[in-house]
Write a protein that binds this ligand. Structure first.
Ligand SMILES: NC(=O)c1ccc[n+]([C@@H]2O[C@H](COP(=O)([O-])OP(=O)(O)OC[C@H]3O[C@@H](n4cnc5c(N)ncnc54)[C@H](O)[C@@H]3O)[C@@H](O)[C@H]2O)c1
Ligand SMILES: N[C@@H](CCO)C(=O)O
Ligand code: NA
Length: 435
């Protein structure tokens, strides 16, 4: 007598765009290996999309426009959410948990907005919510933070976590490509979000920073807690000024656990463009690649590097999670979600120490440099270096400050803009990693 074939684990795929179509392909291509690794075959039993006519290559009988009905089906065991955005993804996840189904997602926007409530719902239902693909695409990062580093104390996580903006900034620096041209290329390559302002204006990186800070510091951090500036104001002048001082411009996500004046730890999370020295390891991260530095008390410095966007790399992370939740399901278990026990206060950007690089066009006459320096002194901002190049009755002053509270630096810039001797503030960028 031959044994009955193992019962497949039945998957509902929600969304079949850049990521979803790659997930579907990998599940088909690797069917035998997945069966061996999980102990049961994986079978996609339905695919929810908005416009079925746009998916001629997908088995047509699997397609539906009714994602809610698909999630509710009795013959669905696991749900993969790669629609993106807040709704209907959020309602679909809650519906999945309510019917005892684990969810794998790539949705950083939703996890950064509603992570604690979603995790609570998954825990109550005894199912999993995994989302490795949501931060830094293919790079294994969330599981190392949640599991491998669970015994250490993390102080700082800093990285390049948005492929689209890194692609744009790399192209601007390397080839002098215009902003619009570089964005069009990133969209064509499948890196950009459905609405690319999420990338360009830093919302995508801010969501990822919130997720990273939550896991790193065991404290709830949402997108709204993250200070955010995108790259739309980064100009060719900024890129050229950076090169003059041996720096390059990157959009950084910086998550820090820092004591306040009273000695109590707080969390500061920010996303903004910054000049970093070309010798800094993050400066060499080009194209759509991502890299994340983690500083832990016992482990020291760790660096994670790899492809942060694109269909196949992201699908790799989705499939890793799918194998994990499928194994849990086979074992009748669920994985540990994040802990928010530390519950640390968020430190406002105004109080966060930063350094600025400022470039000014000024009248070239006696007393102007002193007057400019006076504005920095008025806000108690110390100057590290000043460089002046003259041209006729005008001059360019390039100033790099020491570190000071961000509010003092931005107040200084506002005052400089009002000075009659300052003809223009031509470049202002924060500087990170300069000695
Ligand atoms: N593209 C990347 O490089 C990348 C990387 C990491 C994470 N992500 C995340 O993965 C998710 C998907 O991204 P993408 O690039 O594949 O997007 P996409 O726009 O290419 O695909 C979205 C899919 O969802 C479907 N969809 C939209 N609304 C729907 C609805 N109401 N019901 C059913 N289907 C619906 C669309 O038809 C499409 O098939 C997002 O959360 C994104 O942030 C993307
Ligand atoms: N739009 C995102 C996709 C990866 O999350 C990026 O460019 O990094
Ligand atoms: Na990842």
């Amino acid at each position: 007598m031959t044994a009955a074939p193992p019962v497949p684990l039945r998957v509902a795929l929600l969304g079949c765009g850049t990521v979803g179509s790659a997930v579907l392909r990998l599940i088909e291509d690797q069917a035998d290996d997945l069966t061996a690794r999980i102990g049961r075959p994986v079978e996609v039993v339905g695919i929810a999309v908005r416009r079925p006519a746009h998916h001629p290559d997908v088995p047509q009988h699997l397609l539906t426009t009714d994602a809610a009905a698909l999630v509710a089906r009795d013959d669905v065991d696991l749900v993969v959410e790669v629609i993106g955005g807040i709704e209907p993804a959020r309602s679909l996840m809650y519906a999945a948990f309510a019917s005892g189904k684990s969810v794998v997602s790539a949705n950083k926007a939703l996890l950064a907005e509603d992570g604690p409530a979603l995790h609570a719902a998954a825990a109550e239902a005894g199912v999993d919510l995994y989302y490795e693909a949501a931060v830094a695409g293919a790079i294994p990062l969330l599981r190392p933070l949640r599991e491998s580093l669970a015994g250490d104390q993390l102080r700082r996580v800093v990285g390049i976590v948005n492929g689209t903006t890194n692609y744009i900034l790399s192209r601007m620096a390397e080839t002098g490509a215009g902003f619009a041209e570089a964005l069009a290329e990133a969209t064509e390559l499948g890196y950009a979000e459905a609405d690319p302002t999420a990338d360009v204006d830093g919302f995508d990186a801010a969501a990822k920073a919130a997720i990273l800070a939550s896991l790193a510091f065991h404290t709830p951090v949402s997108s709204a807690d993250v200070y955010r500036e995108g790259i739309s104001a980064v100009s060719a002048t900024d890129v050229a000024r950076a090169a003059e001082i041996g720096c390059t411009v990157k959009l950084l996500a910086i998550c820090e656990r820092v004591p306040n004046g009273a000695g109590t730890d707080t969390v500061a999370v920010r996303v903004h463009p910054a000049m970093i020295p070309t010798t800094h390891p993050l400066a060499a991260v080009g194209g759509a690649f991502n890299a994340v530095f983690v500083e832990a008390e016992a482990a020291g410095q760790l660096m994670f590097y790899g492809q942060g966007a694109g269909g196949e790399p992201t699908a790799s992370a989705v499939l890793g999670d799918l194998v994990a939740v499928a194994r849990n399901r086979v074992a009748g278990a669920s994985g540990q979600g994040p802990t928010g026990y530390a519950d640390l206060a968020i430190r406002p950007m105004a109080e966060t120490p930063t350094r600025y690089h400022v470039s000014l066009d000024v009248a070239d006459r006696p007393g102007v440099l002193a007057a400019v320096a006076q504005e920095f002194a008025r806000q108690d901002v110390s100057i590290s270096t000043v460089r002046q190049t003259g041209r006729g009755d005008a001059a360019t002053l390039v100033i790099v400050t020491h570190s000071a509270p961000d509010a003092a630096l931005s107040a200084t810039i506002a005052a400089l803009r009002d000075m009659p001797a300052v003809r223009g503030v031509t470049s202002v960028l924060r500087v990170e990693g300069l000695s």
